[in-house]
Design a binder for this molecule. Structure first.
Ligand code: MD3
Ligand code: FE
Length: 210
């Protein structure tokens, strides 16, 4: 594993956290997760505009969005009602690097084809804002952009590669961020190309320790 890089206070990049064998095992687990709870196309609240990224989830809660219900976490698939598959055990090793006292409840799985992007946004649908969001990149590299906690400030860009982990906590937990570009043909992990990002999240405030 390469050394960690602190991109901003609380924003930690762990390049090559997962080796190739681990990346392949994660992809195998994700195939099973998609078989159980198929990819869906989320839609913006109110307008119903489709995201270019397709999604599924693992864990007891999954993040979903549609015109009528908006952004939310729920226990089942928005179209089939199926329960989400368990979070892959290897993904939990990246969560442990974040040092939070309770396990993640949700693992959002984003699938980017060559043309997909994600606009600048904050992750603020969780109650446990003291918990980091832990991101795992698989497949083609991307250009990731992040700024501060206010929209419209200056931003910086970083490339994320297959096997990289990013911990988004502390002062950076509410930073604006997005994915500007996928670099096609930069990884052989996924036979059809594209990029997968897993984000592990604690949604509810954990119970107080007894
Ligand atoms: C936040 N996903 O699903 S996660 C999302 O690559 C999402 O699919 C992106 O944003 C993706 O909500 C990015 C990783 C990440 C990396 C750096 C950040 C999130 C960050 C820096 C600041 C704030
Ligand atoms: Fe996000």
């Amino acid at each position: 594993m390469a050394p960690m890089l602190e991109l901003a206070p609380g924003l930690i990049h762990l390049p090559a956290f997962f080796d190739r064998a681990a990346q392949e095992r994660l992809v195998d687990d994700l195939r099973a997760a998609v078989a159980q709870a198929p990819l869906f196309t989320p839609r913006m609240p109110r307008t119903g505009k489709a995201f270019s990224v397709r999604m599924t989830n693992c864990g007891v809660l999954g993040w979903v969005s549609d015109a009528a219900g908006g952004y939310r976490y729920q226990a089942g698939h928005p179209e089939t009602g199926a329960a989400w598959a368990p979070i892959p055990p290897l993904a939990l090793t990246a969560w442990e690097a974040g040092g939070y006292r309770a396990p993640p409840e949700a693992c959002l799985v984003n699938f980017y084809d060559g043309g997909a992007k994600m606009g600048l946004h904050q992750d603020r649908d969780e109650q446990a804002l003291d918990a980091p969001v832990v991101s795992i990149s698989l497949g083609d590299s991307c250009l990731f952009r992040f700024g501060g906690a206010n929209r419209g400030g200056t931003t910086r860009s970083v490339r994320l590669h297959s096997g990289d982990v990013v911990l988004i906590g502390g002062e950076s937990r509410l930073c604006f961020h997005g994915v500007d570009k996928i670099y096609g043909g930069t990884s052989t992990l996924l036979a059809q190309g594209g990029r997968i990002n897993l984000t592990l999240r604690r949604v509810s405030q954990p119970p107080v320790e007894g």
